[in-house]
Design a protein around this ligand. Structure first.
Ligand SMILES: Cc1cc2nc3c(=O)[nH]c(=O)nc-3n(C[C@H](O)[C@H](O)[C@H](O)COP(=O)(O)OP(=O)(O)OC[C@H]3O[C@@H](n4cnc5c(N)ncnc54)[C@H](O)[C@@H]3O)c2cc1C
Length: 256
């Protein structure tokens, strides 16, 4: 199962408990990273632009006012803005991530478009050996006959057999891809034999509001468990960078 376990330092934890302190800046030199249990997928926070004060000052410009440091009043303003869907001040802070996830998860992730910019590795040009996400036995969940989408929490009885077959299938698909490259087929065509479980990697920049919306939807109980893990990792990293705003937007309720 893909579960988010982001390590947070003491300062972030303190901010999370509600202290109105600016978060530690994140830079390319000190990225914060969550790695998926298979050791291949990851979410890495590369950089942030702005902080909780950016939200406050975007809102306060209406009254030609500015805060130099976060205070309790500013925290209340952020909560008021979030509670009353005054969303534009949350468009100003931005975060940039490098993310590696299976294509079937990325297909869902990319549906969130407003407020995001993305650039992705291209298999037209790159022909390195593809990596695939292989479900663990417990990930081979049974179909839920009552739900239009989704699965039951428990795995099927034949999970071990299915897992072994999936692994074999993936190995053969990758070997076939490499055979096609070997006889001169261009990478952009040879990739057609690769499975949806193949990992892809992209850089994504989005606003605080956009990430709150994405996490709100993808942390919901009806979201697929595999995307929930990635949304959970992003959520923890965003909470570390924008503690007051993230708490106020509370993505588990959704946002717009
Ligand atoms: C649990 C779950 C199941 C899903 N199942 C399916 C499925 O079966 N099939 C499927 O196709 N999709 C499915 N989706 C994807 C879903 O339909 C959305 O595309 C996705 O959640 C992105 O939503 P978003 O509001 O973040 O989109 P964004 O495109 O990022 O838009 C953000 C917001 O901008 C506004 N906006 C965007 N475009 C317009 C527009 N043209 N006009 C007016 N306002 C606009 C809306 O307020 C919108 O909410 C599912 C999503 C979830 C969370």
């Amino acid at each position: 199962m893909l579960r988010a376990t982001v390590t947070v330092d003491e300062k972030t934890a303190e901010a999370r408990r509600g202290a109105l302190k600016p978060a530690e800046p994140v830079s390319v030199a000190s990225p914060r990273r969550w790695t998926a249990p298979d050791g291949v997928g990851f979410v890495e926070l590369l950089d942030t632009f702005g902080d909780d004060l950016t939200v406050v000052n975007a809102a306060r410009v209406s009254f030609a006012k500015e805060s130099a440091e976060m205070c309790e009043r500013d925290g209340k303003l952020i909560k008021y803005l979030a509670d009353h869907h005054h969303v534009t001040p949350f468009f100003h802070p931005q975060a940039r991530f490098r993310i590696k996830m299976p294509i079937f998860v990325a297909r869902e992730w990319y549906r969130h478009q407003i407020g995001f910019a993305r650039n992705e590795v291209s298999r037209r040009y790159v022909d390195s050996r593809p990596e695939c996400w292989t479900p663990a036995n417990e990930d081979l969940r049974a179909r839920d006959p009552r739900a239009k989408q989704g699965s039951r929490p428990d795995p099927i009885a034949e999970a071990a057999w299915s897992q072994a077959r999936i692994e074999k299938f993936q190995r053969e698909a990758v070997a076939f891809y490499e055979e096609l490259l070997g006889v001169g087929v261009a990478p952009e065509i040879a990739r057609c034999v690769l499975p949806q479980s193949m990992y892809t990697e992209f850089i994504e920049t989005g606003s605080l509001a956009a990430y709150a919306r994405l996490c709100g939807l993808r942390l919901g109980p009806d979201a697929q468990r595999e995307i929930q893990a990635y949304a959970g990792a992003v959520s923890e990293l965003m909470e570390g960078a924008f503690p007051v705003s993230w708490q106020a937007l509370s993505p588990s309720k959704g946002s717009d």
